[in-house]
Design a protein around this ligand. Structure first.
Ligand code: NAP
Length: 238
């Protein structure tokens, strides 16, 4: 039985991940701001779900995380899945600020703490749900793609740091394309995956300790195309 924390497990991908891990008999710590949704998850798996209700942007986020680790009596894996993003066509400051607060500041506070925790406590696995949007700029949600690029690049650095030092800390950058949740915005959506399928593929990739993974797998192709497309073409469509 592993001890797994999912930051942002009240809905969508995170909730499905929690269901899979709890169903497999692991002890799963789930977080989010919506207490009723955390509670209903706990009712589904009373012996396998432990809850901690908090906002990742709050200055007390690490105190909450420590309290959850204490309640679980340890930690083997943490997935930073909390995320915010919205279309910001007129460059809305409220949207851009919240995006950076959740996807950058909340993210780095929690993953930095967890990386150090694993180094001190004999190892562990640390994953983030970034996005395929991390690969290039995006005119519709510029802060969102930039914040996800931050997550991806930070995790590549942590992956290299752990490898070079020989620390048993395994880093995974999960890059979903479109998944059918309220986060999936835009009119031109394609290859939209149900959250259950996305979560199953994530669990499989984490079992193999893959350091970067595209969800669903076929999004690998879009990632490669986006990465190598010349600006003269990409800037007209992105
Ligand atoms: N859906 C897609 O197409 C897609 C594509 C690429 C990447 N992603 C990424 O996948 C992750 C999961 O998103 P989803 O699609 O499953 O959407 P979702 O259903 O909206 O889930 C977002 C989760 O983040 C939590 N969260 C948001 N702001 C928070 C805050 N300030 N404090 C604490 N928790 C917060 C939410 O919990 P509360 O609201 O209860 O706080 C919720 O559990 C996100 O990081 C997203 O960027 C999604």
């Amino acid at each position: 039985m592993k001890k797994i924390i999912i930051i942002g497990a009240t809905s969508g991908i995170g909730r499905e991940l929690a269901r899979i891990y709890a169903g497999e008999g692991h002890l799963v710590g789930v977080t989010g701001r919506r207490h009723d949704l955390l509670y209903s998850l706990q009712l589904e798996f009373p012996n396998h779900i432990i809850t901690e209700c908090f906002d990742v942007t709050s200055p007390q986020s690490i105190t909450h995380l420590q309290s959850l680790i204490e309640k679980m009596d340890g930690l083997d894996m943490l997935i930073y899945n909390a995320g915010y993003g919205d279309v910001s066509d007129v460059l809305d400051w409220k949207i851009d600020k919240e995006t950076v607060d959740v996807n950058v500041n909340g993210f780095i506070a929690i993953t930095h703490f967890t990386f150090q925790y694993f180094v001190i406590n004999g190892g562990g696995q640390l994953a983030t749900t970034s996005s395929i949007a991390s690969i290039r700029g995006n005119s519709h949600a510029p802060a969102y793609s930039a914040s996800k690029a931050f997550q991806s690049i930070y995790f590549e650095g942590l992956h290299m740091k752990a490898k070079k030092a020989g620390w048993p800390v395994y880093i995974s950058d999960i890059q979903p394309g479109f998944v059918d949740t309220k986060m999936a915005k835009g009119e031109k959506r394609f290859w939209v995956s149900p959250p259950e399928k996305a979560a199953r593929q994530i669990v499989e990739a984490l079992r193999k300790r893959r350091w970067r993974v595209y969800i669903t797998r076929r999004w690998w192709l879009v990632a490669k195309l986006a990465k190598w497309m010349p600006g003269s073409v990409y800037h007209r469509i992105g």
